[in-house]
Design a binder for this molecule. Structure first.
Ligand SMILES: Cc1ncc(COP(=O)(O)O)c(C=O)c1O
Length: 483
């Protein structure tokens, strides 16, 4: 053990008993645990500016009392069985420690039953999980290493809080080239969730209305609700959203924000058609409603070129565009970015500085180098091909089950990492049945803003994270329900 913080009580004399008492307090307060090594007598003497023999005398005293044990050449350690089991009662704060402290906590949101629990299952159909195992860690390591070998000292300091320079440059070029977004300010964030929270705090006041897809992404809703906003459900139909109802929401309420996942609607995976996008945009401009466009898995689109984001054609500058590396890399990267109108950028950055002086730049710097080198786009091509094969396999499997007589319906998703499956009945029961067989999936009830809309007939199947063999086995277990 290296240093050990000791509180010496000057009233205790002689000095070796003072040291012994301080070590005993460190043990009983839980600062050091049974069986943990203690500093050597020499080290502790140095730390206390004392004599090694005095410390040895203190240790001998504690050995005699049963708090410490010593073995030749292994030094001193806290006894495995303490004479009095460590508890706060004997830590010196005994007069108050019997009372359990009560926190006064603000209401916390309902956290989705998502990937946290999903990882405990052998067959994981969680919707947005990438294939983390096959991420090119070795390749990426060289860009990480380069960021440390040739660091951007300017970027590592305070200031310049919109993100690593090269990362921002690369993302700007990439967005212009691949997504047609040209006229926005790019700001790096520690994942989309941070952006959603900050945007909510920046733009919403308690009581403000936010229109969201009726089946949707709960973490975004939680961010809006935490800012005190009230959510209004936008009705959806089989190929998009109900524009007339959206307009009547705009007419009836002072809506501040609308949150959309237009490319692959979360969770149904439907692509919002161009005609509807144009009408929504026109309405948003007319009623002065900002749009958050969450384009969380743009890269994975298999049918044809993905539709250009709404942010690419935004003359009023009202679209806040969100994107993440959680799907391209892995959620633990905690890297995302927003593309916003220049008129919003400074306020966003000022607001962010309350929470964070700047986003963590080291990972961004490695990603910037990865992008510059072209390896990033090669990775996208590889994973996109793989996920398309996995989607095709899932579709083939579902068709096979259908031919065997199971009543299943679905749209083949044009992209993304999940499929929205209509099993007609008992989705919640199937979810529970699957869990009991080591399979994680979510039924539709988890995605409804209004619980009364739950028809208990859809499940969401993520297909990107598992290879074909595992996915097929998982499906077999799920559909065992019907046999
Ligand atoms: C709709 C949607 N937005 C954003 C994200 C990613 O969030 P983050 O970048 O905070 O990991 C996800 C991930 O599941 C998602 O499903």
């Amino acid at each position: 053990m290296k240093d050990l913080l000791l509180n010496l009580n000057p009233d205790i004399k002689p000095y070796f008993l003072r040291i012994a008492a301080a070590i005993r307090t460190a043990i009983t307060s839980g600062q050091i645990r049974p069986n943990e090594n203690l500093p050597s007598a020499r080290k502790l003497a140095e730390q206390l500016n004392s004599n090694r023999h005095t410390v040895m005398a203190a240790y001998q005293e504690l050995i005699a009392q049963g708090w410490v044990s010593s073995r030749q050449r292994q030094g001193y350690r806290v006894a495995a069985d303490l004479p009095v089991q460590g508890s706060r009662k004997i830590s010196g704060a005994g007069h108050v420690a019997d009372k359990t402290f009560r926190w006064h906590i603000n209401p916390t949101p309902q956290v989705p039953q998502g990937s946290m629990r999903a990882l405990d299952f052998s067959y994981n159909f969680a919707g947005g999980l990438p294939d983390i195992e096959s991420f090119p860690f070795r390749e990426f390591k060289s860009y990480m290493s380069d960021s440390l070998t040739r660091p951007d000292l300017f970027g590592l300091s305070y200031g310049n809080n919109n993100g690593d320079r090269q990362f921002i440059e690369q993302v700007t070029t990439y967005l212009r080239r691949v997504r047609g977004i040209t006229d926005k300010e790019i700001i790096a964030v520690n994942g989309s969730q941070e952006a959603l929270y900050l945007i909510s705090r920046l733009l919403l006041k308690p009581g403000d209305k936010v229109a969201v897809e009726s089946l949707g992404y709960r973490p975004a809703w939680n961010a809006f609700k935490t800012a005190g906003a009230e959510l209004l459900a936008i009705r959806q139909h089989s190929s998009g959203i109900d524009i007339d109802q959206l307009e009547s929401l705009f007419k009836q309420h002072k809506v501040r924000l609308i949150y959309l996942t237009p490319l692959h609607q979360y969770p149904t995976t439907i692509t919002l058609p161009i005609t509807e996008r144009l009408v929504i945009y026109r309405l948003a401009a007319q009623y002065n409603v900002a749009i958050i466009e969450d384009d969380y898995d743009h890269e994975y689109h298999y049918q044809s070129q993905p539709l250009t984001p709404m942010a690419a054609d935004d003359p009023s500058g009202l679209v806040i565009y969100l994107s993440t590396f959680s799907k391209i890399m892995f959620p633990g990267a905690r890297i995302g970015f927003i593309a916003v109108d220049k008129s919003l950028a400074t306020d966003f950055l000022n607001y962010r500085s309350i929470v964070n002086h700047k986003p963590s730049v080291l990972m961004q710097s490695a990603i910037g180098r990865w992008m510059k080198d072209g390896a990033f786009e090669r990775h996208l091509r590889r994973t996109s091909k793989k996920y398309q094969q996995r989607r095709d396999n899932l579709v083939a499997q579902l068709n096979r089950y259908r031919q065997q007589g199971l009543a299943l319906d679905f749209h083949q998703p044009a992209g993304g990492m999940a499929l929205w499956l209509d099993i007609k009945q008992r989705a919640a029961e199937i979810e529970a049945y699957a869990r009991a067989r080591d399979v994680f999936l979510l039924g539709e009830r988890h995605f409804h803003l209004l619980p009364e809309n739950d028809e208990n007939r859809y499940i969401r199947l993520g297909f990107a994270a598992m290879d074909e063999q595992r996915l097929n086995l998982g499906l077999e277990k799920v559909f065992g329900y019907f046999s």
